[in-house]
Design a protein around this ligand. Structure first.
Ligand code: GLN
Length: 389
């Protein structure tokens, strides 16, 4: 397209690196350890439920807020896991993946000129949507090698124009799971400064070892100011279904719905009862997924080490990050662009997720939501290749 025709609100927002790197993998035939999508689908009973819904007439518009069965199942899920009591008619809205949830939350809650405090590295759609809202991001860097939240930096990032904090835990791409103490630091600032927190918890069930995911909404005083986002894509390995949800007090959920009605209007009808089935009838599936991911994490981290790449062992998500500065490349992007030819592997350069390029320039992310054989072959190729510039 003639780039001069592009609206200013999109000018300067680069194309999503995930699509770029998946296209690179497709073009070169490299093993795709880049974009985070599993290569095995979620539970067969959930697919059967979607097929049944398709064949039994669930093919016209669903209610904008989502079908009652799914909203009720989401409310039960929040109760069962976190002890949160939700009104499924006012405190739950179904979205077209968490990505639409992020978009609708920001469009519904943020005015032009507002500031949004966001963890860095940030997921790329946060940056794009904050820009499209005409708002300003204030990043708080999770610094290598431990990628912990610096409470003082968080506090310093909040100013008079701050409207919201956009949180993500378990955190993509670092694999950090915020501890209760870190979350309390977020809660303290949010309460003191009367801020809304939008918290992306799509990896809520994908945590390892003894780490525990604590929803921010469960902290004292936080329910009324927290909008929580999640999805079936990550918990049930149906990333292509694009079924997500936002939960929280009616005022925040209402703001999401107010924007969502003009974005997608409603989300896919036949997939909603199927996701309700998943939440109600396959409650242990995400835990089993996390157990198998933990083994695959260990396989990847050990294999990366054999290739001379030291990863911080992720506490959650399905990503591991390495610092490649010792290999002599100008940045992670040039490394990742050369990697298919060098090693037949694709990874994600995290620098696209940083304002602070000194912190992010050489960070590279590897996905382990792939079958063990594929991970093993990927790291074997890395170990056999010359990865230096
Ligand atoms: N969440 C996935 C990842 O981080 C990608 C989703 C996307 O490409 N929008 O890799």
């Amino acid at each position: 397209m003639n780039s001069s025709r592009l609206a200013r609100r999109l000018d300067g927002i680069p194309p999503t690196v995930f699509s770029e790197m998946s296209a690179l993998a497709a073009r070169t035939g490299a093993i795709n350890l880049g974009q985070g999508f599993p290569d095995v689908d979620g539970p067969p009973s959930v697919i059967a439920s979607a097929v049944a819904a398709l064949q039994s007439g669930a093919n016209q518009y669903a209610p904008g807020i989502g079908v009652p069965a799914l909203r009720q199942a989401i409310a039960r899920h929040q109760q069962r896991h976190y002890g949160l009591e939700l009104d499924p008619d006012r405190e739950v809205v179904v979205t077209t993946g968490c990505t639409e949830g992020i978009a609708a939350a920001l469009l519904g809650l943020i005015d032009p000129g507002d500031e949004v405090v966001v963890l860095e590295p940030y997921y790329d759609s946060y940056l794009a949507m904050i820009e499209m809202c005409g708002a300003v991001r204030r990043p708080v860097t999770l610094r290598a090698p431990e990628f912990r939240l610096d409470a003082d930096a968080l506090r310093a990032a909040v100013g008079p124009r701050t409207r919201a904090i956009l949180l993500n835990s378990p955190h993509n791409p670092t694999g950090t799971v915020l501890t209760r103490a870190e979350l309390q630091a977020v809660a303290d600032v949010a309460i003191e400064r009367d801020l809304v927190v939008i918290t992306d918890e799509v990896y809520e069930h994908l945590v390892f070892d003894s780490h525990e995911h604590v929803p921010l909404a469960t902290l004292p005083g936080m329910w009324e100011r927290t909008l929580t986002l999640s999805s079936a894509g990550k918990s049930y390995s149906f990333t292509g279904w694009k079924v997500g949800w936002a939960t929280g007090p009616a005022s925040l959920v209402g703001a999401v719905l107010a924007a969502k009605q003009w974005l997608t209007f409603t989300s896919g009808s036949p997939l909603q009862p199927a996701v309700a089935h998943a939440l109600d009838h396959e409650p242990d599936w995400p835990t089993a997924l996390a157990r198998s991911l933990q083994d695959r994490r260990d396989l990847l981290v050990a294999g990366l080490a054999d290739a001379g790449l030291v990863a911080r062992v992720p506490e959650g998500t399905y990503f591991a990050t390495t610092d490649i500065s010792h290999l002599g490349w100008e940045d992670g992007r040039s490394f990742c662009l050369a990697l298919p030819e060098r090693a037949g592997v694709v990874a994600i350069p995290n620098q696209a997720f940083y304002d602070d390029q000194d912190a992010g320039r050489h960070m590279v992310r590897w996905a382990f939501c792939k079958e063990p054989d594929l991970i093993a072959e990927g790291v074997r190729r890395l170990a056999a290749a010359d990865l230096t510039r």
